[in-house]
Design a protein around this ligand. Structure first.
Ligand code: SAM
Length: 373
């Protein structure tokens, strides 16, 4: 890389980027082991959008490439995908990078493919997988080295610009990089699509992180302000030991916690929690609630039907619930259960579903009647 002689951008000699390196399609991060489910989802959604493409996925990799039409990124935004934590527009695949100078071919590729992109930020990422996690130190130090090089060539803004396109340099091995870009308006804001949340020491269970993440990922800022206000009322079905109830109480909601199991005693200090030992599939509220959340471990179709009934009867205005997916064909089961949920509800709904970072063999669904979404 030539040293900068002045503050004017330096032209890059474009030679390393070959036609073989440039690729159109999507790069999606996911939970390791769920690549076949994400591949099935992308294949089906692309076909529905009338766009061609094919998935390149290996179980355990923590990502799926969906190679095909350049319009895929616009047609399948991240917030419509269930099994992707993040979805990026793929630009190029660079293999066989020399560890002594990985930066030069990357700068050359960016200059060749996106000379005028003027990226607002650089994210250096790696898969959340057994093979990917050891790359985190490399990713961190490489980012610090690459930023000034990109800036020298006018490819990256001098200061971060939060609304401008972002460049993603994704290491899948020490010598193998996927180049991608994202529009912050249509993709997850967090590196690798994972919001960094810390378990609070007062949280009754790790499950608290699931609901915290759901509120962050499945609602936007305006919805959180509007729909989560002190004094609102909620039910938590399958509440014990109380992680989800604790999250709702921290937002100032009154919570009826339904579970035959015990809740952590300190939850009652707030004066906002009532515990009922009842069956979450039979209990119904005496008057309509603002929220119903549900983390009962049950067959997804049974949960989906009951959740649909809650919305049909107007027992709650908004819901967040988990669908446990211990089976093999999780995308198929997801579609079936969501269809069953909407059919039972029988009213137009705004629905978002996602396998969150804190979800294991499950997905989380947020739904509200369209009129109140
Ligand atoms: N969300 C909870 C938290 O944050 O601490 C964890 C819930 S745990 C995964 C599932 C709970 O659902 C268990 O405590 C279990 O007793 C409860 N459960 C399962 N079936 C139920 C039912 N039919 N009615 C009420 N609770 C049920």
């Amino acid at each position: 890389m030539p040293p900068a002689r002045s503050s004017a951008p330096t032209a890059v000699p474009v030679r390393a980027i070959t036609e073989a390196a440039a690729v159109d399609g999507l790069l999606c991060w996911c939970r390791a082991g769920f690549e076949p489910d994400l591949a099935a989802e992308l294949t089906e959604r692309a076909a529905q959008a009338g766009l061609h493409g094919h998935a390149r996925a290996n179980r355990g990799d923590g990502y799926v490439l969906f190679i095909g039409d350049p319009r895929l990124d616009g047609a399948l935004p991240c917030n419509r995908l269930v099994f992707a934590r993040q979805s990026l527009r793929l630009l190029a695949e660079l293999r066989g990078l020399d560890p002594r100078d990985r930066a030069t071919p990357i700068v050359e590729a960016v200059a060749a493919l996106r000379p005028d992109a003027g990226y607002g930020a650089l994210l250096v990422e790696h898969p959340d997988s057994d093979a990917g996690k050891p790359l985190s130190a490399l990713a961190r130090s490489f980012g610090n080295a690459l930023r000034p090089a990109l800036r020298r060539h006018g490819l990256l803004a001098a200061q971060e610009r939060p609304s401008a396109l972002r460049l993603h340099v994704c290491f899948v091995a020490g010598d193998h990089v996927l180049l991608a870009e994202s529009d912050p308006a249509r993709s997850a804001p967090w590196p690798m699509g994972v919001p960094r949340l810390r378990l609070h020491r007062d949280a009754p269970s790790r499950s608290a992180l699931k609901l915290e993440e759901a509120l962050l990922v499945l609602l936007d800022e305006a919805q959180r302000r509007e729909h989560l206000r002190p004094g609102m009322r909620a039910a938590d079905l399958g509440a014990a030991p109380g992680g989800w109830t604790w999250v709702l109480v921290r937002h100032g909601l009154h919570v009826t916690a339904i579970d035959n199991g015990p809740l952590r005693p300190h939850l009652f200090d707030s004066g906002l929690v009532e515990h009922l030992r009842a069956d979450g599939f039979r209990w119904q509220p005496p008057r309509p609630l603002d929220w119903m959340v549900c983390d009962m471990v049950e067959q997804p179709s049974r949960v989906a039907r009951r959740m649909g009934q809650w919305l049909r009867e107007g027992w709650c205005r908004h819901t967040i619930f988990n669908l446990k997916l211990p089976m093999k064909k999780r995308w198929l089961e997801t579609q079936r259960s969501l269809a069953m949920f909407e059919e039972q509800a029988g009213i137009p709904l705004a629905v978002r579903a996602r396998q969150l970072y804190h979800d294991r063999e499950e997905i989380t669904v947020q739904a509200s009647p369209r009129a109140t979404a």
